[in-house]
Design a protein. Sequence first.
Lengths: 452, 248
Amino acid sequence: MRRLARLLVCAALVAFVPRPVVAELEDVIGLGARATALGGALVARPGDFAAVYYNPAALLDPRPTDAPAADEGAPTTAELSLGFVFARPFLDVDDLAGRPLETSTTSPDTAGVLLGFRADLGEAVGLEHGDLALGLSLFWPRDLFRWEIRPDEQLQWAFWMDRSQVIGFNAGAAARPLPWLTVGVGLRVLFDVETFTVGRVVDVEQIVDPATGAPLLDVDTQLGENVTVYGRVAPTAGVMVAPWPAVRIGLVYRAQNLADDWGATRIAGVPGLGDLGYAHRFAHYQQPHQVALGVGLAASPAVRLSVDLTWRNWSEGLSTYRNSFGPGRWGDTWSPACGLSWAVARGIGLLGGYRFEPSPLDNLGGPTNLLDNDRHVGSLGMTLAFAELLGDPDLGYRLSWAVQTSWLVEREEVKDWRRFRSDEQMMANPGYPGYRYGGVVAAGVVDLEVAW
Amino acid sequence: VAGRGDSPDENVVIELDRAVRTRVSLLAGLRVGPIADVASLGVSYRQESTSRAAGPTRTVAGSVLVDDAVDFLEFWSPHELTVGLAASPIASLSLSLDAVWAKWSDFRSIHNQSPAHPFDDVVLWRAGVEWALAAPVTLRAGYGFEPTPVPAQRGDSNYLDADRHVLAAGVGLDLAVWGLFPAVIDLHVRGQLLAEQRVSKAIGALTDADPAMTGQQVDNRGFPAFEAGGSVWQLGVTFTLVLAEGGS
């Protein structure tokens, strides 16, 4: 009982250290080469820092073994990982006659550096090795964050725009209160942005609009801005059990989170109008409530299999323009994933994974033109553990790489006149009369881990 | 979204692009020691750094067009070169003295402009003492003098700043000594005491607010004089978990 109390105190201490987190790279590509290669099926697969997102309880193995899987490595006190992530979307939108259409937003490459850390704190706090662990991850993309906001009526990719191009932190702690049970908690933190722009008119000039020829009042202003970025926290909690030595079962809950973006713009002293202004409120990087169940199986000493099923509460989702379309337009999804690791030789592991991600967007044909497809995501990877490979236990390095392809199943949307207020409004819609869209997103991750 | 209704509120279209990019500046240092078994010497360089917000804003309301750009700098900090000396005359006591040269003459204002009267480069002085009183307690104290880089504000600008005396104290507690976690808790308090800034405007150095009128018109908020001062207090706690033997 005293041991359990000490574990809980330690876990609480670690859990309440402030840690910001985001979960975009994790779902779109993968948190590190191993997670990417295994298709993100890590809810019941202990092994590295990536567990801070996929299941904090998996920062520890309920039944530590001296014969870890090819992708897991031998038990160590701490591991530090440095990785590089790159992804490039190849997306197509065509009208119904097959002519290419331009979207109103861009779909940029994702490129960034990923840092991961996991430490076993068991012995450090007077417990046994494998009783308490801490994990951290940091994804630092080329742009710390970027977004392009357009009304939902404009033609734009709903999720292949900026979701993986945002700084992300994950952290969690795990404890092993019973020899067959680990529990984990974490915090996922996004950020909110508040922007107030004020302007004061200093000069006015009458000009002619070069496009329409209409007279315009060109107003020069002195602008000022107040911008504040706030942290936003969402918890993660998970458990993992080992009912038999070869089996792991994991369950994790990840709370909803998003970047709330609000503010106002006000220009004072506009001739003929007085004050001119508007308020705005947008939602970025929305992550719905998620519950994932996973099973891990050691099919043989060399082969490990993991299968996950994730429920995502997209029916409460918001578009970037903060419209809630609700069930019938946006629906909850069930996403299966599986991963396989195979120790083909001493120190060499081959990894593979697959997951299916159904689109939450449904009932197309209305005024909005948010593009999203069902996705088949396949991945392959390899780990090289130099200590085993070269027979030198002092070489605590592990090199991993993964490649991943997301196939977007082609989808067609034809505008439905019953969903518009008038024919005029329907025909003015940027998506009228309809379009088809699909594509491929290719990603690669490589990381080097050092353990001690 | 425009077109959803007849009121102005239902006909507003907002398009916003925002990207926050990483800006990198160099930090470099070297340390030489021990010198005569008790001292060490260090040098460090911190490159100038800033955060910049720039881009166009365009608002259209009927026949009114507001099409301007913003270009703001935030968190500007100058090139800094530091030379420091540390000595430990007895095992339980360490002393340190730093001199920091800060190149404030390159200062850019929040509107990304150089001041009409450039700031002065300054040398900051900092001294600290750490005393391992007895396990598990370590005491720390420090003092710094930071002259203001802001010249006398006799013209149009009204930058508020003054010489600063910085006083600090702290205590560290090693929990491992009491058989608890292998961790250290450090507490500190720091006060920045600003000398009083007294400014008297020179009317000849002020811009004429309305040249069309006879005589010099003044609308400067700092005219004819102002005083500024104050203090800033900080409290902090640091929790360090020791993962390996030999740390503290």
